[in-house]
Structure formats: structure tokens, C-alpha cells
Write a protein of this length. Structure first.
Length: 280
């Protein structure tokens, strides 16, 4: 990669890093305000309002909030079940906040897991997610196919005694590509997803279909190809007896021959990473 290309990549990554940190700041701020009786709809609105006050006007998708056994997608069968409900928090209940803001044309998609008070099961799930972050990075650097990496994540979950809950997402994705989008004064959304981001994903899907790759990372045949250079929002999601936990953050994939530069997490200063570091 040339010096000019490196400089351009660094500039772009700063933009993505900024919006990802903004989203995690929002998650921590909203989590600190949660209390018994708050509903998923209220928590989702708190995320929207916090981000809009800081200049966010567009979304890859609008914020979600899942409480209790909905953190493990218990009984989820159709996409509408992902949207916030009137489920209300009670002491000890796990929650997940998930948001995907677009800021100054840069996209983030993050997931933040926590509980209202102590929840030992979710704490254990969060601890065990560290191994998934390490496995995914290692195998992307090895240029294993996305489908193979997905299956290895699945096998690790089984060894840990957990259920794969990202399989419940549309197309069973563990990750999807994100990119810059054009800034507009008014950015409509359809079924909770920003139209600008959907257009970008559709364009990637068409381009990838012609070249033999997909912007969706799943266990299906369309993901049976090496990691495609770009930015991927990765979200391994563990479930155990009605409790779920996940992280979601951006993984950068390049065409560099240097293993450490061929793939790396966009930012290591995130809540779940700090949690693991403090526990050592």
C-alpha cells in the first residue's frame, strides 16, 4: 500500500473511530440512566435523543433495546420481533443496547450488554466473549473463508456451553460490511433502516455477486470466500437459558501482506475490551 493510500485510509478510519466511540459513549450514558420500570421503547428513544443532541441525523438502523430473555432472542421468528417493546426492566435483568448511527457520513454499528444490578450469568457470557474476539481476528488474518470462521465461532460456543444467537438475525449474520454514506439534510428510513445505508449495502451486494463475495457474513454458501477488504461490523452473540450477551464493533480488513496490518480491530479502547483488560 502506497503512502498516499495509507494516509487516505488513516483519515477514513479516524472518522469511523469517532462515530463508533460516540455510539459507545451513548450506550454507557443510557445504561447509567436505566432503572426499574423503564421499557425497551423508552431506552431506544433515550439513545436516539442522546445521539441527535450530538448531531446524528442518519442511521444504518435506528436504536434497539432488548431486556430479559429478549437478550437471547427467545422465541424470535420474524424481523418485527427485534423492534423495541413495552418490556420493562426489573432488578437483575440483563439488557442489550444496539445502535448504528451515521455521523458526518461515517457509520458505526455497536452492541452493548449490561444488567440492572448484578447478573452472574451475563457476566460469565461477557467474560467468555473475549475468546471469540481473539478467534475472529486470528482467523481473518489467516484468510480463512468467512463461512469457515463462522463455523469455528459456532464450535467455540458449543464448547463453552452456549447457543448461537446471532443465527436468529436476518440471514443469520455474524457481521456485515459498513461504509461511508452521502450526507443529506433529511435521511429517511424504512423499517428502521436508513435508506442511504441500505442503498450502499445493496450496491455492495450487487458488486460482490459479480466478483464472488458477499457483504453479509453468515454460515451460508454466499459467505464461502476469504475476507473482503473493508470495514465489517462484527457481533458474536451468546445465549444461555434466556440470557444473552454480545459485543459489536468494527473490524478493519485490508489487502496488506503484513498479518498485523491485514486485519485489526478499529479501536481497542471500548467498554468490553477495557473490562477484559481490568480482569487480568
Amino acid at each position: 500500500m502506497t503512502t498516499a493510500a495509507n494516509s487516505e485510509l488513516s483519515t477514513r478510519l479516524r472518522g469511523f473511530r469517532q462515530v463508533q466511540r460516540l455510539a459507545y459513549e451513548c450506550a454507557e450514558a443510557v445504561a447509567a440512566r436505566l432503572e426499574p420500570g423503564v421499557s425497551e421503547r423508552q431506552a431506544a428513544r433515550m439513545q436516539r435523543e442522546w445521539l441527535r443532541e450530538r448531531g446524528v441525523r442518519d442511521w444504518f438502523h435506528l436504536p434497539f433495546a432488548w431486556f430479559g430473555d429478549r437478550t437471547a432472542f427467545t422465541g424470535f421468528r420474524i424481523p418485527l420481533q427485534f423492534f423495541p417493546t413495552d418490556r420493562r426492566l426489573t432488578p437483575g435483568m440483563p439488557f442489550i443496547l444496539d445502535m448504528a448511527p451515521v455521523y458526518q457520513g461515517f457509520t458505526a454499528d455497536i452492541g452493548y450488554s449490561g444488567s440492572l444490578g448484578t447478573n452472574p450469568v451475563q457476566d460469565r457470557l461477557m467474560d467468555d466473549l473475549e475468546a471469540h474476539r481473539e478467534l475472529i481476528l486470528r482467523e481473518v488474518r489467516e484468510r480463512r473463508s468467512l463461512r469457515e470462521i463462522y463455523e469455528d465461532v459456532d464450535r467455540l460456543m458449543v464448547r463453552q456451553g452456549y447457543a448461537n444467537r446471532h443465527r436468529a438475525y436476518p440471514f443469520g449474520v455474524i457481521a456485515h460490511k459498513v461504509d461511508q454514506v452521502k450526507q443529506r439534510r433529511w435521511s429517511p428510513h424504512v423499517l428502521g433502516f436508513g435508506t442511504q445505508s441500505l442503498k450502499g449495502l445493496a450496491a455492495d451486494a450487487l458488486h460482490g455477486h459479480r466478483e464472488g463475495w458477499s457483504p453479509l457474513w453468515s454460515r451460508y454458501r454466499f459467505s464461502d470466500h476469504p475476507p473482503q477488504p473493508g470495514l465489517w461490523a462484527v457481533e458474536p452473540h451468546l445465549g444461555f437459558r434466556g440470557t444473552g450477551a454480545k459485543f459489536e464493533e468494527i473490524l478493519v480488513v485490508t489487502d496488506s501482506r503484513d498479518p498485523e496490518q491485514s486485519a485489526f480491530w478499529l479501536d481497542d479502547d471500548l467498554p468490553h475490551v477495557r473490562r477484559w483488560a481490568e480482569a487480568k
